[in-house]
Ligand binder design. Sequence first.
Ligand SMILES: [Zn+2]
Length: 89
Amino acid sequence: MKLPNADKIKHIIRLVEGRAELIVRVRCPFCRTKNALLLIGSTDKYECQVCCLHGKLDDLIVYFEDEFEHRHRKTVKLMSERSAVEWRR
Ligand SMILES: [Zn+2]
């Protein structure tokens, strides 16, 4: 993942002498609003700016893993079939 305008952001962090907090924003799995869910590394918490749900990052991982698995089940199946074919050669 590339950080857009990383040079400007790094410069600002230097100017505030490192007193900064990086927050990652992702789609909220609860209200499905794009970029509404804040992942706050320093507190190990997540917080949605729209539906206001909040909690620990560990609990959030479970939701995303379920979603991810559901989305990729078909792809994973195709990949394992393909590698099985290559194995036989
Ligand atoms: Zn939300």
